[in-house]
Design a protein around this ligand. Structure first.
Ligand SMILES: *Cc1c(COP(=O)(O)O)cnc(C)c1O
Length: 378
């Protein structure tokens, strides 16, 4: 791909490192960097976050964990969501820790340990209020006992107990207290079932920033590393992505001219339009049609009409742009460009969804303050 000719996503590694260092300090060095969904859409970030202070890495699937290992990360890597027939042999051969939430999954991991001759490091995952990927409270005690038995047989070692909070972005919600107590109980139950020597982890970004998940060993931080604060309480995080697109066409229009599919926008005055070759097929949320803005020539200008799959149209007012000029869809300096949080608002979603959806057609470069640009996937 010829970088520079089309839409471009710049990953600001230095900002990710600064955010990582912030959370490493905030958590007293007990920071699990969560790099699921291709590092929240940023690509391979394992090396950067470890250099900046992360002491372990968390991801969803075994495949993601193997990719992190292949990226050269030399810290514990945890994978926490897998089917019972997941490739646990590959995980164990790559020294990947596995979270389990049921005796079936635990047994599958134990069998893989027997086949590979490697003892599996497992984290028991307790549900504390999401009814999602943790073990239900009524099955927790049995899961701990089963893990204890397999521990005695030498196929698994319980190295962690984890939970995940449902409402940590609302620090005053009484549910937070309930979930912290439920988790403390789950940890106590694990100890009563004979397990010991494991770390505990409950808090993610919001619970860490607001303090509602404190009191446990490790913090699993994803969004915060990428400048996203779900709790809206911190001003210490730096945005990490910018998305630009070149102008590929420009024209003047007269009042009454309709723009795009359905002509949902009709110009009410003489104005100028510019065409950008990036659309919902590249991850721009179509729901933001009619609301979103971009930065051109130092000014915010509205995108008009419905977003197309491959392009959007900017109303540039009195300015007739030239092909080759650049528009910033979102940015990370204080030049007035929209942020991913602005985009989330325009699309009635959260910033996480904006950053994880930028498509493969968009060229991606990693930029640091000290190194020149290099292609992300050379
Ligand atoms: C995604 C996820 C995290 C990270 O949450 P953030 O809010 O992005 O920090 C932590 N733990 C689990 C289980 C997750 O699924």
């Amino acid at each position: 791909m010829h970088i520079g000719s089309g839409p471009l996503l710049v990953v600001h590694d230095d900002a990710v490192r600064a955010n990582t260092a912030f959370f490493a300090a905030r958590t007293g060095g007990r920071l699990m960097a969560v790099l699921k969904a291709d590092g929240f859409g940023h690509g391979s970030m394992a090396r950067s976050v470890v250099e900046a202070g992360a002491t372990s890495i968390g991801v969803t699937t075994v495949d993601e964990a193997l990719a992190v290992r292949a990226g050269g990360a030399d810290v514990p890597v945890l994978s926490w969501l897998n089917p019972v027939d997941g490739d646990f042999e590959a995980a164990l051969r790559a020294d990947v820790d596995l979270a389990v939430n049921s005796p079936e999954l635990l047994n599958a991991v134990s069998r893989a340990a027997l086949r590979t001759g490697r003892r599996a490091r497992v984290h028991l995952h307790a549900d504390v209020g999401m009814a999602r990927d943790g073990a239900a409270p009524e099955s927790w005690s049995a899961l701990c006992s089963a893990a204890g038995l397999l521990g005695d047989r030498g196929t698994v070692r319980v190295v962690g107990v984890m939970g995940h909070m449902s409402c940590a972005d609302r620090p005053d919600d009484p549910q937070n207290t309930r979930e912290r107590l439920l988790f403390a109980n789950a940890v106590r139950t694990a100890r009563r079932r004979g397990l010991s020597g494991f770390v505990t982890h409950l808090a993610a970004t919001a619970a860490t920033l607001t303090g509602v998940g404190s009191g446990f060993d490790v913090h699993r931080i994803g969004a915060g590393l990428f400048g996203i604060d779900p709790s809206g309480t911190s001003s210490d995080l730096r945005p990490t992505l910018s998305l630009t697109a070149p102008v590929v066409g420009a024209r003047s229009i007269t009042p009454g001219t309709g723009v795009g599919y359905g002509q949902t926008h009709v110009a009410d005055r003489r104005t100028n339009l510019a065409l950008l070759p990036v659309g919902y097929g590249d991850g721009l949320p179509r729901a933001a049609s009619g609301r979103a803005e971009v930065l051109v020539r130092g000014r915010r200008r509205p995108l008009v009409g419905r977003f197309s799959m491959d392009m959007v149209v900017v109303d540039t007012g009195d300015d007739l742009l030239h092909p080759g000029e650049t528009a910033t869809l979102f940015g990370c300096s204080d030049d007035g460009a929209p942020t991913v949080t602005d985009w989330a608002g325009w699309a009635d979603t959260i910033a996480h969804e904006i950053v994880t959806r930028i498509g493969t057609r968009v060229a991606r470069v990693h930029r640091t303050t000290t190194h020149a640009e290099e292609p992300a996937h050379a």
